[in-house]
Design a protein around this ligand. Structure first.
Ligand code: AHG
Ligand code: MN
Ligand code: MN
Length: 335
């Protein structure tokens, strides 16, 4: 059988699921931007792209050169096509307005341009995460766009995905109809469907958490991780293995590939921060993907996709992956 490129997959989605042409275009443009980011990341020291900018983003994090470059690549690729009403990003304080000379469209694009940026300088996997929402104004979002337009629950997402820049560059995508994985063919310059039926195994013996924060966790997480560490003779009756890549994209990618449970819990370091990860452009798109692959995602108390956001850069605790383990840790929060 001939190869199915991302373009062909999207055309077939239009035939089978009525995927609108402007959404198809949007995904193609994001994929093209991810190719450009992949190329830029791969240059490393030769391209002069490593190291910090010496600036901070709205969240007080030092920006790496590649955080800023990746953000610019996504903005430039997406602002002119007429498919978007606006964009929002980890690296920008507020909503990005489509420049006046271009038409506006029906969708909103939210992204983490470079996830896991502490990994860049040590040549370990990083990625790009994106989420697509509809402009909430039924008259069309023609005027200036406020942050409010983006504050929609994750259940409203019409598409989500991520690109991972690892040994291979891959694009993982959901249009709400399962999860598909595409691998970048660098010679041809196209993403090719290589992972057609992605399912997160129900049970697992692998967990991912930054153990150095153990002393800061809340009681249910301490209890759960103690039980994981107790192994075969403990209450869970089996030995667990641990992995932590420090890039959500890479940890989630492993879970989509072979199962596991990923945790970034709330902790007591900063009382006003309910977790480290951001709802709109990390937790929501990843939760959509994980659920579409048969997994589960909660903040310990409720389904992440049901949370109604109150601000663009809102943080959230995240427990996602294999259903059996996410159910267990969520249950411990109710106990
Ligand atoms: P970003 O680089 O976009 O700020 O995100 C980093 C996030 C996430 O990808 C990862 O899971 C987590 O931070 C790593 O946290 P630690 O530094 O605690 O390991
Ligand atoms: Mn991130
Ligand atoms: Mn980032």
């Amino acid at each position: 059988m001939s190869r199915v490129t991302l373009s062909r997959y999207l055309i077939e989605q239009t035939r089978s699921h009525n995927t609108p042409a402007d959404l198809r275009f949007l995904i193609e443009v994001v994929a093209r931007a991810c190719k450009a980011i992949s190329y830029t990341v791969s240059k490393g020291a030769l391209g002069g792209v490593l190291g910090s900018m010496g600036t901070e983003n709205v969240q007080g994090e030092v920006q790496k050169k590649l955080d800023v470059l990746s953000n610019e690549i996504l903005l430039e690729a997406n602002e002119w096509g007429g498919h978007l009403a606006g964009m929002a990003s980890e690296e920008m304080d507020n909503a990005y307005q489509i420049p006046g000379q271009y038409p506006k469209g029906a969708y909103l694009l939210v992204f983490d341009p470079l996830d896991g940026s502490s990994n860049i300088d040590v040549n370990v996997s990083v990625g790009t995460i994106f989420s697509v929402l509809r402009c909430p104004d039924s008259n069309g979002c023609t005027g200036d766009l406020g942050d409010d337009a983006f504050l929609q629950a994750g259940t409203e997402q019409v598409a989500a995905g991520y690109a991972i820049y690892g040994p291979q560059t891959m694009l993982m995508l959901t249009l709400g109809n399962g999860v598909k994985g595409f691998t970048l063919d660098r010679e041809m310059g196209s993403f090719v469907l290589t992972h057609d039926h992605i399912q997160v195994p129900e049970s697992t013996a692998e967990f991912a958490i930054n153990m150095s924060n153990q002393r800061h966790w809340e009681a249910p997480v301490k209890r759960y991780v103690d039980e994981l560490l107790a192994g075969k003779t403990g209450p869970l009756g089996k030995n667990y293995n641990m992995r932590w890549i420090a890039a959500m994209v890479a940890d989630v990618h492993r879970i989509l590939t072979r199962g596991g449970v990923f945790m970034y819990p709330r902790d007591d370091r900063e009382a006003d921060k309910p977790g480290k990860l951001r709802l709109m452009y990390e937790a929501n798109p990843m939760s959509f993907i994980i659920e579409q692959a048969g997994g589960m995602s909660t903040n310990g108390y409720q389904r992440i996709l049901d949370i109604k956001p109150t601000s663009l850069h809102q943080r959230v605790a995240v427990f996602l992956g294999s259903r059996e383990e996410v159910e267990r840790i969520t249950g411990y929060h109710q106990a």
